[in-house]
Design a protein around this ligand. Structure first.
Ligand code: SAH
Ligand code: SF4
Ligand code: F3S
Length: 434
């Protein structure tokens, strides 16, 4: 039987698809690269915003045509949407398999049946004994899930309901996976969790926290770059910032989602920090790691957001001068506290307008950030050929910025010092330092 897996949503889903692939492969299934060759299509889904879900409903609808041509074809929804919508996916969307994020060990059983569903959440499952298959891999960058679930209950967010309780994986299993990846040629590893700062694992009677884990992974080899996502600002510790500063191969890049610049909104979102406290964390980073890039997530048009609240978000962006940002308009999610208690009262047009203002501002800030790099030299890890021009290579700096430069005799996985000579708001261009 041939299985095709496609992945939507966050990096955790990408890592999870690798686990699903491994479980199926061990049970004798064949993994294929094209849906045309598949007997089973599994779609790993995201439920974080309504448009993410709409896309999947449309995708499943389109696949009904393929099913007509190939009647034995089975379609499965796995991941966060499976967890949120459960049997309605079988009844309304006519899918054959529904498997939630904590049921992947049983995926081989589920795909044998029709109308099979398992959406039980677990308090322990971390899949730490399963070495995932690196799907869609460039052979250089890989993700390692270090924990699962989230218990922060930001009022707008569906993740605590789709991913369940927070649990951490043993440091030993994480380090083994990272070592294996390094031996296979991988050079850039991202440690993943919804809030890596609350990583905690009791090892021989002593708690290992995230800063220590990060240092241990970095110690595997100086040629292994280590990144992480995501840090909740409330838990970003001095120890963590000092750990990043201490090691050359821990990347100088922190993704620190702010969500809003207004204290009224932050409290309503249950983020557990004020804008001043957030700015103090930024000061701490700037003081200890002067060359650190900082990115963020932001939501425009949350319930009851006034124009003044929105202005405060723009001010926050100007103060921090983010290097990059992921920007969203608020999407009401059934089941969340915001859905139950607050009114989603900013109309669509106004949400779009506010979001666009943030996007325009960030484009300017990204350009300014890149312009500051012109004339400087960065160590770039080569990730592949530039898609637009085969005579060029692309790679990333420790700060997570993309750099394009002449190929010459260099290849994927090399570290090269590149002097930046020009930029756009999205990319740096440079020449190899001789
Ligand atoms: N755990 C991470 C974020 C996970 S979800 C953190 O706490 O930072 C990724 C991003 O999606 C969030 O940071 C938030 O900006 C956005 N998001 C979550 N729920 C949303 C919603 N209902 N509407 C719009 N954006 C949302
Ligand atoms: Fe969602 Fe908040 Fe958890 Fe992030 S920390 S996943 S935004 S509840
Ligand atoms: Fe989406 Fe689930 Fe990730 S809701 S953002 S795929 S944890």
């Amino acid at each position: 039987m041939n299985v095709y897996i496609e992945t939507y949503g966050c990096q955790m889903n990408q890592a999870d698809s690798g686990i699903v692939a491994k479980v199926l492969k061990q049970s004798g299934y064949n993994l294929v690269q094209s849906q045309d060759d598949a007997d089973i299509i599994l779609i790993n889904t995201c439920a974080v915003r309504d448009n993410a879900e709409k896309r999947i409903h449309n995708r499943v609808h389109d696949l009904q045509g393929a099913k007509k041509k190939k009647p034995h074809l089975k379609i499965g929804i796995i991941g966060c949407m499976a967890e949120r919508l459960k049997d309605s996916l079988i009844n309304d969307d006519k899918v054959d398999i529904v498997c939630g994020p904590d049921s992947y060990r049983k995926i081989d059983e589920l795909v044998k049946q029709s109308g099979a569903i398992d959406v039980e959440l677990s308090e322990q499952e971390t899949y730490e004994d399963i070495v995932p298959i690196e799907l869609e891999s460039d052979g250089i960058s890989a993700f390692i899930s270090i924990m699962r679930g989230c218990e922060n209950f930001c009022t707008y967010c569906v993740v605590p309901y789709t991913r369940g309780k927070e649990r951490s994986r043993s440091p030993q299993s994480i380090i083994e996976q990272a070592k294996k990846l390094f031996e296979q040629g991988y050079r850039d590893i991202t440690l993943l969790g919804q809030n890596v700062n609350s990583y905690k694992y009791n090892e021989n009677g002593k708690d290992v926290r995230f800063a220590e884990l990060l240092l241990r992974v970095a110690d595997i080899n100086p040629l292994l770059r280590v990144r992480f996502a995501t840090s909740h600002p409330k838990d970003l510790s001095v120890e963590l910032v000092e750990a990043i500063a201490a090691k050359h191969n821990i990347c100088k890049y922190i993704h620190l989602p702010v969500q809003s610049g207004s204290d009224v909104m932050l409290s309503k979102m249950n983020r557990k920090y004020t804008s001043d406290e957030y700015l103090k964390k930024i000061e701490l980073i700037r003081e200890k790691i002067p060359d650190c890039a900082i990115s963020t997530d932001v939501i425009a048009g949350f319930c009851g957001e006034s124009l003044e609240d929105h202005e405060k978000t723009l001010e926050m962006f100007k103060k921090v001068k983010y290097d990059s940002a992921y920007m969203f308009k608020y999407s009401d999610r059934p089941g969340t506290v915001a859905h139950k208690r607050f009114e989603d009262n900013i109309d669509e047009e106004e949400k779009v307008r506010r979001l666009q203002q943030i996007i325009d501002l960030q484009r300017e800030l990204s350009l300014q950030s890149n312009q500051k790099d012109v004339g400087k030299t960065f160590e770039v890890l080569v990730e592949g050929e530039s898609k637009r021009d085969k005579t060029k290579l692309f790679g990333r700096t420790s700060q997570n910025k993309v750099v394009i430069f002449d190929k010459e005799d260099n290849k994927k996985g090399d570290y090269i010092d590149v002097k930046i000579d020009s930029c756009t708001s999205a990319t740096l261009f440079g020449k190899k330092l001789l």
